[in-house]
Design a protein around this ligand. Structure first.
Ligand code: ADP
Ligand code: TRP
Length: 320
């Protein structure tokens, strides 16, 4: 099965990205034909500083490679190295109804936040559809917030196939409901744009400090607490064993436990969880040229696959 996903280099990757998306990407590569890329043209829609974009792109690549992306099995590249994708994006734009894009929740949310939208932000889902359709992808592993974008991709592929004949494979999303949304330090969705993240590879001291700052309610130490409403417990779920989690649940419900105790253990578990990958990450940090080479080689492989689909689409619409 062809599995494809992309991640924006819009900041340093955090544990929400990891448990919501990257972990599935890495697991799925064993049994599938994996295609993963860094979506830098998508990141451009929010107007990053050029130097930040450059740095974040490399950091995302280093994070993936340190966490176990295997370039012998999986194709890994940077979106902007394939002009085929932006070309297909235009062709798809011409079968995409405005209304479909106007209904996109992530676009509407950005407008509600007061962002003055550029055309790239509005057209964002069409570029995402091009990313997916150009590789004949079957499965797209993402976090829950991307569900609608995959539905839009299916709609666009459907309009195109109906208009011009069978051209594109219709993809499906792959979402782990159990970790659908990882909460951030303030209880909102953990997100690079909310400044509420715990980065995968940030210094251990800083992980501890951030975990201690997670927002909790004001239930007194002695009183019973509801684990299902607690941000600390939601994160404990991701990193503790089943047995340990059951014990924490008991402690919450019994009362007599302060949130500080749970936070201390959470920090330890998070640090332990990512510890095996830190050495590799530090080595890659010193080897930026190697990382750039890996991405370039990946782009060469991806290009061959993309070119074939692009030609199919060009022929279908009469531009060949
Ligand atoms: P961010 O909101 O930090 O900018 P992205 O939009 O770049 O993250 O998301 C990259 C991937 O990580 C997507 O598949 C997204 O669904 C997933 N993801 C991001 N934040 C979370 C979260 N808090 N919980 C679960 N998945 C997430
Ligand atoms: N929009 C996705 C996100 O913010 C990133 C992305 C771009 C993507 N192109 C994609 C995800 C194609 C899956 C498939 O997370």
């Amino acid at each position: 099965m062809r599995v494809l996903s992309g991640i924006q280099p819009s900041g340093r990757l955090h544990i929400g990205n990891y448990f919501g998306a990257m972990r599935q990407h890495l697991q799925l590569q064993a049994e599938n034909d994996g295609f993963y890329f860094i979506a830098d043209y998508h990141a451009l829609t929010s107007g990053p500083k050029p130097e930040d974009l450059r740095q974040n792109k490399l950091a995302v690549a280093m994070d993936y490679l340190a966490l176990g992306l295997d370039t012998n099995k999986t194709v890994f590249w940077c979106q902007s190295d394939l002009p085929q994708v932006t070309e297909l994006c235009w062709i798809l734009s011409c079968v995409t109804p405005m209304g479909l894009l106007q209904r996109c929740v992530s676009y509407k949310e950005k407008i509600e936040q007061g962002i003055s939208p550029n055309h790239g932000l509005f057209a964002y889902p069409v570029l995402q559809a091009a990313d997916i359709l150009i590789f004949d992808s079957n499965l797209v592993p993402v976090g829950a917030d991307q569900k609608q974008h995959i539905e839009v991709t299916r709609d666009i592929a459907g309009y195109f196939n109906n208009t011009y004949g069978e051209t594109f494979v219709i993809p499906k999303e792959h979402i782990l409901e159990s970790v659908a949304v990882v909460p951030g330090l303030d209880g909102r969705k953990m997100s690079k744009s909310y400044n509420n993240t715990i980065e995968i590879f940030e210094p251990e001291q800083s992980v501890k400090k951030k975990v201690m700052s997670i927002v909790t309610d004001s239930t007194p130490v002695e009183a019973p607490k509801n684990p299902d409403k607690c941000n600390v417990f939601a994160l404990l779920k991701l990193v503790s064993s089943k047995e340990e989690l059951a014990e924490w649940e008991k402690k919450y419900r019994q009362g007599g436990m302060g949130y500080g105790q749970a936070k201390k253990r959470l920090a330890e578990l998070l640090i332990e969880y990512f510890k095996p990958y830190r050495k590799k990450r530090a080595e890659l940090e010193q080897n930026a040229d190697y990382v750039r080479k890996v991405l370039q080689e990946g782009a060469q492989k991806a290009k061959a696959a993309a070119q074939k689909t692009l030609e199919r689409a060009r022929k279908a619409v009469g531009i060949d």
